[in-house]
Design a binder for this molecule. Structure first.
Ligand code: SF4
Ligand SMILES: [Zn+2]
Ligand SMILES: [Zn+2]
Length: 370
């Protein structure tokens, strides 16, 4: 059986009923949705993809009218689609938010310099302001120098700590207290799996939160793509012809995450819904209540002129070295920097043992609670 799609009077090609979009039943299906294997047309795919993100935003009260929101923009597909979709939804549903692109330049030649060129094009394409914060200006180190000094194995540990603080500092500088990131459903499911496999109960509890805010930070972070599949983000970017950068970082991603990712991909092939199912499992986990911790009484937040922020806890809230918020005496970034400085001195004396001190420091830091 076949017929002419009513919505397409120009293209009078006959379409078999079995080829029709399962949602509108009038256009030819060209996409099999990775999330539920539904066969749908391009317009319906755009509509469901955007509407699901809008529902996530509304159901979780992610924004309030007049809020200034920074989009953590790397030039990669996730953050490029995030910037595009947030701008579109803000106009379509009148959220009344002010969007800014915030990029971190880690100093990785051949990777970040090229991806930042993409963000600069996105700035023009989407008409959004852009702020770039570099590790060089904040820490006087680039990731390339850190890897040369500490080795490639701990690159993501350093990069993760520095990026978190850089995003906080960048946002504070712009007077923004909300950063949205392009973390998607696959990332979240991987994190849940990793924490289960490692028995990391403390992290497991927080791993499915759509909004997070660490005790030492005035900046909240949220993930509007929490329920969006990576494959759908790629399809959306492809069909919308978005300008994004697809090269991987030159330094290996965290090895254990890579293993969890492989496991997730294999599971997804057998059961596509497993990504969402793992997230739902994480959301519904009920952990034993913890013993209450003694905490200081928070006072008022103060943003200094250099962009650093003070929360004013009664004690132990500011890093003694950089003055930035920290629940420890010295913040995690300063501890890493101290290790790097010591290591740089040692490298000139004894290159063979140079990474051992840093590896030990990394292990010590990982065991600390921040
Ligand atoms: S892969 Fe690691 S080193 Fe590269 S940008 Fe990501 S966190 Fe940084
Ligand atoms: Zn359709
Ligand atoms: Zn510090």
């Amino acid at each position: 059986m076949s017929f002419v799609p009513p919505s397409d009077p120009v293209n009078k090609k006959q379409v078999k009923v079995s080829q029709l979009c399962e949602l509108c039943r009038c256009r030819k299906a060209i996409i099999r949705r990775p999330k539920n294997l539904q066969k749908i047309c391009k317009s319906c795919f755009f509509h469901v993809f955007e509407t699901e993100i809008h529902n996530t935003i509304v159901n979780n009260n992610l924004f309030y009218r007049g809020e200034k929101v920074a989009i953590g923009a790397s030039g990669g597909k996730d953050s490029t689609v995030l910037a595009y979709v947030l701008k579109l939804l803000n106009d379509r549903y009148d959220y009344g938010i002010e969007l800014v692109l915030l990029s971190i330049d880690e100093g990785i030649v051949g990777y970040r310099d090229d991806s930042l060129a993409t963000v600069k094009r996105n700035q023009v394409q989407y008409g959004l302001p852009l702020e770039i914060i570099s590790y060089r200006e904040l820490y006087d180190w680039t990731m390339d120098e850190i890897v040369a000094c500490a080795g490639v194995r701990s690159s993501c540990t350093y990069c993760g700590v520095f990026r978190r603080q850089a995003l906080d500092r960048g946002s504070s500088k712009l007077g923004i207290s909300h950063v949205v990131t392009g973390h998607n459903a696959d990332d979240m499911a991987e994190t849940v799996l990793m924490n289960i496999l490692r028995g990391d109960v403390a992290r497991l509890e927080k791993s499915t939160a759509i909004i997070t805010q660490s005790s030492g930070s005035p900046i909240k972070r949220s993930k509007p793509f929490k329920y969006s599949y990576q494959k759908e983000i790629v399809l959306y970017a492809h069909y919308k012809k978005l300008d994004y950068f697809s090269t991987e970082c030159s330094y290996a991603p965290e090895a254990f995450r890579g293993t969890a990712r492989e496991l997730m991909k294999n599971l997804e092939m057998v059961r596509p819904s497993c990504i969402i199912d793992i997230i739902h499992s994480g959301e519904n986990l009920v952990l034993k209540p913890k013993k209450p911790k003694r905490t200081g009484t928070p006072k008022q937040m103060e943003v200094r002129t250099d962009g650093s922020v003070s929360l004013g806890f009664v004690d132990g809230n500011k890093c003694e070295k950089c003055g930035y918020l920290s629940s420890n005496r010295i913040c995690k970034a300063c501890m890493l920097l101290e290790g790097l400085e010591n290591n740089r001195a040692k490298v000139t004396l004894d290159n063979d043992t140079s990474t051992q001190g840093t590896a030990r420091l990394t292990r010590t830091l990982e065991s600390l609670k921040f």
